[in-house]
Design a protein around this ligand. Sequence first.
Ligand SMILES: [Zn+2]
Ligand SMILES: [Zn+2]
Length: 389
Amino acid sequence: MSLYFRNFPIYRIEWVTSAFLIGTALASLTVVPWFLWTHWDVSLGWGFVWALFTFYYFATGFGITLGYHRLFSHLSFKAGWPVKLFTLLFGAASFENSALDWSADHRIHHKHVDEDEDPYDISKGFFYAHIGWLLFRLKPKPPVTNVKDLEADPLVMWQHRHVQTIAVIVGFVIPTLLGCAYGHLVTGTPGETALACFLIVGLLRTVVVQQGTFCINSLCHMIGRRPYSTRHSARDSGVVALLTFGEGYHNYHHEFQHDYRNGVKPWQYDPTKWIIWTLSKVGLADDLRTVPDTRILAAEVKERSKVLASDTDRLVARLDGRTRELKARTIEAVRAIADDLARRSEALKEAAAQKAEVGRETLDEVRALFREAAAHLDHLRGAENPAVA
Ligand SMILES: [Zn+2]
Ligand SMILES: [Zn+2]
């Protein structure tokens, strides 16, 4: 046996979780394609199977993003029992443990992001943040002390006590029975339709939704921009938002975790936000928490001024003495803009404290400054590399 395997911390492996995660993933890559290949031309009601898959994909996905994440972990809105019950049932069916355990881990993630205590710390690498933290525990789990509010909720505690049973019944038994009933009543293929639903709505859907959630902990801390803060690794990415029901605007989320929106701009893809908003319009949710536009803009402006100053320092350090002299006015101009933005960010913060709105003019001025600074930086970059310019 190699030294590597002798040193491998076998006692730290989470056997049941690992067997489940690896087993379902392997079965989705082997048994599911085999079934599709051998049954694609059998009239077992494929339209029904894929419709049920779609419903389950969104119901269990929103169970996590809308329920576990924005409602239970962050209390970003209030919801009546129908929304709580729905997200607890379908959240359980995504096989990501109870809302209570999930929220406890997630609150620690926000408090200690990128530090050793962060349960899915990205500084330990993509694999660890994505799934490794579930396969083996590097250290014993700390006692759960940060979810007292949820422990007082009888519905949350009921789900916590019976989560595995609920997961199996809602995630596998019900779709299989529905498939059996449909096959029996419509296509005359109860066995085959039941098996199709078990494999596609139960198994494949579980794996797809889990991988989507895992991407929030891995890709959302690796891919994209950081317009609101570079103090942590969380990033904004529209592409990742597509895979995660709108959770891809993670830089914003880490900066303003109690906002019910993750994609805060009107054009950003955040279906979880759209559903919460719709629920509030039909009386199923209220007290939607939002951060005022002025405060959001203050964060953006402050971050831009910081990045601008450090980019300029970096570029100027690389210029030779003569070029530095020639470009002195540009360097001065870009530094002045960085200072101006820093001042504006303070003024915006002040305005936010007094609940003032951001005027159109302020927005236009700030955007013009962003553009001007970018042009100056391009100019300096050209000077840094004259052969290319
Ligand atoms: Zn995060
Ligand atoms: Zn969060």
